[in-house]
Write a protein that binds this ligand. Structure first.
Ligand SMILES: Cc1cc2nc3c(=O)[nH]c(=O)nc-3n(C[C@H](O)[C@H](O)[C@H](O)COP(=O)(O)OP(=O)(O)OC[C@H]3O[C@@H](n4cnc5c(N)ncnc54)[C@H](O)[C@@H]3O)c2cc1C
Ligand SMILES: *[C@@H]1O[C@H](CO)[C@@H](O)[C@H](O)[C@H]1NC(C)=O
Ligand SMILES: *[C@@H]1O[C@H](CO)[C@@H](O)[C@H](O)[C@H]1NC(C)=O
Ligand SMILES: *[C@@H]1O[C@H](CO)[C@@H](O)[C@H](O)[C@H]1NC(C)=O
Ligand SMILES: *[C@@H]1O[C@H](CO)[C@@H](O)[C@H](O)[C@H]1NC(C)=O
Length: 583
């Protein structure tokens, strides 16, 4: 479609214009021109005013902005570019291309936690929904009750999201075999195709449509009021500005503006319009939100002073409660070809482990064969324990992968992630540059209950592999030791070796831990924000995104992150209506 568009443009342009702007088609694509209200921050005025300023046009920020724009002026500041017209983002087969690109222009920004696990965060309009594996599944009613959300509005908000961006995935032979195998080993009942979080085996939704085309949180901006919303791309927020409420002894800091820079490095300021209900909302994600609060002076005072940051509020809980659900996976070589698929089937066990699967050799947009979701090119590397995954070791694994025979890629990964998790870590600033990653520690498996869930999960996967239903997709005539040898010789995965070979499942869990990119926390409800997502101790400032979670919702979080954006948008508008009426 992009090409057709470009060719059509070319017929309208003189040859001179083509010669003088060779990147014309590319920049058209980059800007996407999807929405009339979307523009590069470089073209923004140096000072402007809005009712709401949303920092981060990600998975939560987009639905939130679309909702608030129904009756108020809204500015969205997103540090990345547009996902529209970028096949690296929109095609299922290109999953991994942005994650493998470590340049500063990539829609993915790589980070490595102190644990040693390579990870990735979004830098693009639509946020993580532009990079993820697409699996869409709601939180359980139990989770909704525990958090204290209004269940009716939650369901309405999920539906609002689902109408635009969620599809039923096609079920082909390999995913079907995993489904049948899960049922055979007792992960039952079968719940069919459903978004609901219920025990047993089910097929979930996907933000990839039947043609493998990705739909993202940015598509939820179709709901926005084009007359009241302003969306700036390549706008990186450096800090939030505060004044003080003149409330006598009860004076509190009030957020009233932000400082951001465009891609020419020029500084701009945006302020809230006068009016007591206007607010700044941080939706910069689990790394970005706590980082930005700290850069703005909200954090542990001693830590902020180390970086010469003026302390607005001494709040040691900012950056605490960081968690990443550990993921462990087994690669199963198949005698017959398997379809390319990301996550479609999930087994929801009653011991806190979720079994999912991804299959098929994945070209990752290039000519090289690749392990897709488990490729060392994107930093997934379970061959060595986390602390030994040096850049050199990963480079060597990529080299080995590229020299592998085609046969080696035939097969699929069966993974498990644990719920929660219970183990938590923390986040600190590395420096005061908002473009750089903060330092983050997740403490995978620090709590023994997390390890127990992993061990249970891996033994379930072993039973899945040995089931009758899965037998067409594994080499029956190969001995376990041969299979082990095969996987052990591929650059990524190991089959678990049991105690008879000196390695326990617990050790397997620790040594092969990877991320499923569901990291969350840092601005948790009850610690940094209240149950209305208002930052404790500060006026006119909220945080709404995955950084507020105490536990990851559902088997995978994106449904609930998008839902939360919509849900809070509606709640804020309702509260405001009441407040304005009582004035
Ligand atoms: C590779 C990958 C695979 C995944 N697979 C799945 C899956 O299959 N199913 C599922 O449910 N979940 C999946 N997830 C998780 C899910 O996508 C995330 O949990 C979710 O997107 C997080 O949303 P968020 O709004 O909290 O943050 P984000 O979506 O990351 O949004 C934050 C936004 O803020 C912007 N930002 C940050 N700092 C600043 C700043 N200073 N100024 C301006 N803008 C800023 C960022 O560029 C970003 O766009 C996956 C994630 C990844 C990365
Ligand atoms: C897609 O990714 C490749 C590899 O990182 C990069 O060279 C190319 O410019 C990207 N395309 C777009 C449209 O961003
Ligand atoms: C919300 O929907 C789920 C099914 O998706 C249902 O189980 C639950 O009862 C609903 N909650 C309310 C409050 O309607
Ligand atoms: C296993 O069976 C396949 C096909 O039936 C065959 O090609 C292969 O050589 C066999 N492998 C071994 C180790 O026997
Ligand atoms: C294991 O793999 C190595 C390297 O590919 C090979 O040399 C060896 O013969 C294999 N051993 C078995 C038992 O298959």
């Amino acid at each position: 479609m992009g090409l057709v568009f470009c060719l059509w443009r070319l017929t309208l342009l003189s040859l001179a214009a083509i010669l003088f702007s060779p990147k014309y088609c590319t920049s058209q694509k980059d800007d996407g021109r999807k929405y009339p209200f979307m523009q590069n921050a470089a073209s923004a005025p140096s000072v402007s005013y809005y009712d709401y300023i949303i920092i981060g046009g990600g998975t939560a920020g987009c639905p939130l902005a679309a909702t608030l724009s129904q009756s108020h002026t809204v500015l969205v500041l997103e540090r990345g570019g547009s996902p529209y017209g970028n096949p690296n983002i929109t095609n299922l087969n290109a999953f991994g291309v942005p994650l493998a690109d470590t340049s500063p222009f990539s829609p993915a920004q790589r980070f490595i936690s102190q644990d040693g696990v390579v990870n990735s965060r979004a830098r693009v309009l639509g946020g993580g929904s532009c990079l993820n594996a697409g699996f869409y599944t709601r939180a359980s009613p139990h989770y909704v009750r525990e958090v204290g959300w209004d269940g009716k509005l939650v369901n309405e908000s999920y539906k609002w999201v689902e109408r635009v961006v969620v599809f039923q995935p096609p079920m082909r032979q390999w995913q079907s075999a995993v489904r049948d195998a899960l049922l055979e080993v007792g992960v039952s009942p079968y719940n069919g195709f459903t978004y609901d979080h219920v025990y047993g085996t089910k097929i979930g939704g996907s933000i990839f449509d039947q043609n493998g085309h990705r739909h993202t949180a940015a598509d939820l901006l179709e709901y926005a009021n084009a007359n009241t919303i302003t969306l700036l791309l390549h706008a990186i927020v450096h800090r939030i500005l505060f004044t003080t409420n003149k409330g006598g002894s009860r004076s509190r800091p009030v957020a009233h503006g932000v400082v951001f820079k465009d891609d020419h490095g020029r500084e701009h300021r945006a302020y809230l319009n006068q009016g007591t209900s206007n607010e700044i909302i941080v939706s910069a994600g689990a790394l970005g939100s706590p980082q930005l609060l700290m850069l703005s002076g909200i954090g542990a005072a001693h830590h902020l002073r180390e970086h010469n940051i003026n302390v607005v509020l001494d709040q040691p809980l900012v950056g605490q409660g960081m968690s990443d659900n550990p993921m462990n996976a087994i690669f199963v070589p198949s005698p017959q070809p398997v379809e390319v698929s990301l996550i479609q089937v999930v087994g929801i066990t009653n011991f806190g482990s979720y079994i999912e699967a991804a299959s098929g050799e994945n070209f990752n947009g290039g000519s090289q064969r690749d392990f897709g979701m488990f490729s060392p090119k994107i930093g997934q590397f379970s061959k060595l324990p986390p602390k030994q995954r040096t850049p050199e070791a990963i480079a060597k694994a990529i080299e080995r992968m590229e020299s592998l025979d085609q046969e080696a890629f035939k097969g699929g990964f069966i993974l498990e992630k644990i719920m929660g998790p219970i183990s938590t870590g923390h986040l600190e600033l590395q420096n005061t540059d908002p473009n750089e990653n903060p330092i983050v520690t997740f403490n995978y498996f620090q709590d023994p209950r997390d390890l127990e869930m992993c061990i249970h999960g891996i033994s379930t996967i072993e039973r899945v592999i040995n089931s009758k239903a899965f037998s067409p997709f594994k080499y029956n005539n190969m001995s376990a030791s041969m299979l082990l040898n095969m996987t052990a010789n591929s650059p990524v995965n190991l089959l678990p070796k049991h105690t008879n070979t000196g390695r326990s499942l617990a050790q397997f869990c620790r040594d092969t831990v990877m991320t499923i990119w569901h990291y969350h926390g840092g601005c948790q409800v009850g610690r940094v924000v209240d149950s209305d997502y208002k930052v404790l101790g500060i006026d006119a400032l909220r945080v709404i995104d995955g950084s507020t979670f105490n536990y990851s919702p559902g088997t995978n979080p994106q449904a609930t992150v998008m839902m939360l954006g919509r849900y809070m948008g509606v709640k804020i508008l309702r509260e405001r209506l009441v407040a304005d009426e009582t004035k």
